[in-house]
Design a protein around this ligand. Structure first.
Ligand SMILES: O=C1O[C@H](COP(=O)(O)O)[C@@H](O)[C@H](O)[C@H]1O
Length: 258
């Protein structure tokens, strides 16, 4: 298997078509991994993504996906209480996870108490410990180098400034390699305290699907052009790769400068 993969992309006429394709992509991988190993490890992000996953809540997916075999994680999380509207956990629970049959113990969220206390450093350390325990329990494998966990599928989003997860342009977290999960306390996008997977963990996933949709600002269109035309590595999302497939789903306005 190659170390990294070439970026592939599809441009969709609208959010609706993009959501249909995301559901198909996710359901196909769910079936493949559930059949091969009895488990499907899926990493979610926040932002618009949960809305774009809505087609998974409809026929034929809602009743055919083996939800009980899913293990769910977050690529980044805002350090705030589970009830806070900023929480990526709350967003996913309200809009998606509460509507499907994933066992509670398979939903691996940020530590509730340290999150409510706003302690970003401890939240990152505890989330890394949670991942390490799942490696010991053989729920999560390690990637071939043995250094990082290897998820089956990550569903990612990009901010208009080119950030992915909570790796922001010009911030040092993008360079962290000696941890699986790190933290930021001065995020340029609010809220300021967050935890995030590090880049080598993100890029160790087997499949990475990045969706950019609905943000029709010039900044977002320019970031996409910088990534696709110039591979501008100042933008964290330009670093995205995966072990099997790195797929970008864009809507046509977002891709208008390509
Ligand atoms: O703050 C965040 O932003 C990114 C992008 O979100 P979007 O609102 O531009 O769709 C998201 O992927 C990340 O999980 C989130 O914490």
């Amino acid at each position: 298997m190659a170390e990294t993969t070439q970026r592939k992309w599809h441009v969709f006429p609208s959010k609706d078509e993009l959501s249909v394709a995301m559901a198909k992509y996710t359901a196909h991988l769910s079936e493949k991994f559930c059949k091969e190993k009895g488990i499907f490890t899926v990493v979610l992000s926040g932002g618009g993504l949960i809305d774009w996953l809505c087609k998974l809540l409809e026929a034929p997916y809602k009743d055919s996906i083996e939800w009980s075999k899913w293990h769910v994680f977050w690529v980044d999380e805002r350090v705030c209480s589970y009830e806070d509207p900023d929480s990526n956990y709350k967003l996913a629970m309200d809009g998606f996870l509460s509507k499907v049959g994933i066992p509670n113990e398979n939903i691996h969220a940020i530590d509730k108490h340290y999150a409510a206390d706003g302690d970003a450093e401890h939240c990152a350390a505890l989330y890394e410990e949670c991942l390490r325990n799942l490696v010991k329990e053989k729920i999560l494998p390690l990637c071939p180098s043995g250094k990082y966990p290897q998820f089956d599928l990550q569903l990612l989003g990009m901010g208009p400034d080119g950030h992915m997860a909570s790796l922001f342009p010009g911030h040092p977290q993008i360079n962290v390699k000696d941890k699986w999960v790190t933290h930021i306390t001065d995020s340029p996008k609010l809220p300021p305290k967050r935890i995030t997977f590090t880049l080598p963990v993100i890029n160790s996933a087997l499949y990475n699907l990045m969706a950019v949709c609905d943000d029709h600002t010039e900044q977002c269109q320019r970031s996409i052009a910088e990534i696709f035309k110039h591979n501008n590595l100042a933008l964290p999302s330009a670093h995205l790769t995966a072990r099997v497939e790195t797929m970008w789903y864009l809507d046509k306005e977002v891709a208008s400068l390509l």
